[in-house]
Design a protein around this ligand. Structure first.
Ligand code: ZN
Length: 49
């Protein structure tokens, strides 16, 4: 099973999930599929591990 985490976009406030291995604590930007925003973990409103 692939581990994921949920994140809340700071722009549109929608929640979506990312693959933990690829993106969590990686410094990579997260991409919101709803509003096409790119943001870092620090900018996310919430992160649910
Ligand atoms: Zn968004």
């Amino acid at each position: 099973m692939v581990k994921i985490f949920w994140v809340t976009c700071p722009e549109c406030k929608n929640k979506f999930y990312c693959h933990y291995k690829d993106l969590r604590h990686s410094g990579e930007k997260l991409h919101c599929p709803y509003c096409d925003n790119w943001f870092t973990e620090e900018e996310a409103i919430n992160i649910y591990d």
